[in-house]
Design a protein around this ligand. Structure first.
Ligand SMILES: *Cc1c(COP(=O)(O)O)cnc(C)c1O
Length: 393
């Protein structure tokens, strides 16, 4: 470890404050480090490992594809990609899919699509409204839509024509809309911003405003989509349907894939307008197809609804007994616990006691376990958390 750390410091750019643990293997909701110490994994690669680790159906699907063909260009028809698009489209209100490799890329694609719509269908409208406290990614387009100073400040000026509205405040949003607005982007549940769910009435009003004003409504469900809420998409929980949706994280179950889905009205890209070399290659799509099979055909969504309710209930019981806990919020297995103190110390005590957790901002502990998590594992995690809360006093 010491050598590895030295080498890492020498050869890697310092973009992360790395935790001094070397993870080596995983099984279900557990991961093991190089020394053989086992951890209950409630980070899941930040809402990525939907089926946990070493899931038989998932690894078999990838292994099969690996031995057939890993990659070829989108110049050719790709069976796994078409199958994946068909599954996503037939289980949603959308009509078309485009595949890329990450969350930020899916936001870039949505941004271009909204701009194309403005240019072609709304007299050249080009401005975008995003939310305060949002997070949409690190490339310069999606960073321009990320309403947090700490991410943007070093890289200003970013894209022109972007303004930020207070989340869940319809009046503030209305004030910023003008004839040049082509798109509004919202996370139905803000992830990095602290696990802040949108209010249902708010999203319904935003939907109406976008329809009335010919504005593209984009939902960034990179974190909240693909079963996280107990629904395939977070907007199904709200019963509010966007024009364009951004997906990534949990979609590939660990392999890098992103996607946007759109309705027919926004099916505007023509050959040459957009592309991605790796986007939706056979290998990553085989993984994503396995994830969707578990969620939709093998009833994992139903299980997530139940385990989400259970985790929420348990967190609220903990809240009743600990003054330090100010709030428990979120939907399904995307939950946050806000503390009256910074959470970093408690998270590191949890880790020493065998539970991996990640924060969402300074004061919120985020719970995004693999979607296959059981009630026993939730009990075990919360026992460690409670112990760690006591130890941190
Ligand atoms: C993580 C995240 C992104 C960025 O995804 P990357 O794959 O890291 O580029 C964008 N939007 C939301 C809501 C996210 O949670």
């Amino acid at each position: 470890m010491k050598n590895l750390k030295l080498t890492a410091n020498k050869v890697l750019m310092h973009t992360y404050n790395t935790i001094p643990i070397v993870l080596k293997s995983g099984n279900g909701c557990y991961v093991k480090d190089k020394k053989g110490k086992e951890y209950l994994d409630f980070i899941a690669g930040i809402a990525v490992n939907s089926l946990g680790h070493n899931h038989t159906l998932y690894t078999n699907a990838i292994e099969k594809q690996l031995k057939e063909i890993v990659h070829f260009s989108n110049l050719f028809y790709n069976e796994e990609q078409i199958k994946l698009a068909d599954k996503l489209i037939s289980n949603s209100n959308f009509d078309k899919a485009f595949f890329c490799n990450s969350g930020t890329e899916s936001v870039e694609a949505a941004l271009k699509l909204a701009k194309l719509h403005g240019k072609q269908k709304k007299n050249g409208a080009w401005k975008i409204i995003a939310m305060e406290q949002s997070f949409h990614g690190r490339t310069t387009g999606s960073l321009s839509l990320t309403g947090q100073k700490k991410y943007q400040d070093s890289f200003l000026p970013l894209l022109p024509g972007v303004s930020f509205a207070e989340f869940n405040n319809i009046k503030d949003l209305e004030k910023q809309i003008d004839s040049e607005t082509c798109g509004i982007i919202i996370e139905p549940i803000q992830g990095e911003g602290g696990i802040n769910p949108a209010a249902e009435d708010y999203l319904k009003e935003v939907r109406k405003i976008c329809t009335d004003n010919n504005i593209a409504l984009i939902f960034d469900e990179v974190q909240s989509g693909i079963g996280r809420t107990g629904y395939l998409f977070a907007h199904e929980y709200y019963n509010v349907y966007p024009d364009i949706i951004c997906l990534a994280k949990g979609l590939g179950g660990g392999l890098p894939i992103g996607a946007i889905l759109s309705t027919e009205k926004f099916n505007l890209f023509q050959p040459g307008d957009h592309a991605a070399t790796f986007g939706g290659n056979p290998l990553v799509c085989a993984g994503a197809n396995a994830v969707l099979k578990e969620l939709l055909d093998n009833n994992l969504l139903t299980q997530v609804k139940k385990s989400g309710i259970y985790l929420n209930k348990k967190l609220n019981e903990l809240k009743a007994n600990h003054e330090i806990i100010k709030d428990v919020r979120g939907i399904g297995l995307m939950l946050g616990m806000e503390l009256s103190v910074k959470v970093e110390n408690i998270i590191s005590i949890c880790r020493e006691n065998g539970l991996l957790l990640v924060s969402a901002g300074q004061n919120v502990i985020r719970f995004v376990p693999p979607l296959i998590v059981t009630e026993d594992e939730i009990d075990k995690a919360l026992n460690i958390l409670e112990l760690s809360l006591k130890l941190s006093d």
